[in-house]
Design a protein around this ligand. Sequence first.
Ligand SMILES: [Cu+2]
Length: 157
Amino acid sequence: MHQMINLTFINRIFSLTTIFCFLLIIYGCSNKKEEILITDNWVRSTPPGETVGAAYLTMKSNRDLTLVSIDSPAADSIEIHSMIMENGIMKMRQMDNLNLKAGESVKLEPNGFHLMLFDLKHPLVSGQNVTFNLHFKDPQGKIINESISSPISDSKE
Ligand SMILES: [Cu+2]
């Protein structure tokens, strides 16, 4: 009889451990950090005296998000721009935001979408880095912040 009780007790501990492990796995999966993948991020170098710069990156999110604003210690303000061909002339347009569809890459690259840096605090020197704080909004209106450090380069190799 005594032996029986002991077995039940051990069984209970085992099942509790199993449940605990299971919860840990679920928590681990739902809590995975890699929500927004940012690649190919770089900033074009600027000559001394230039006040405007451009930055590029590729973004991919595992759920629908909207890029709503960007700031950086390197510039007073940053705008999202698109390039549109109008009467044979390439024109830049400011966009209020940029939508990311779940699982789809959005590329910001020369002659396409780009980030425009205004009132640079200092020249953007090749080999250095610029930090950007990207602010995204999810469909529930929650703000998600993502910081990146982009290398400054004369051109993308
Ligand atoms: Cu622009």
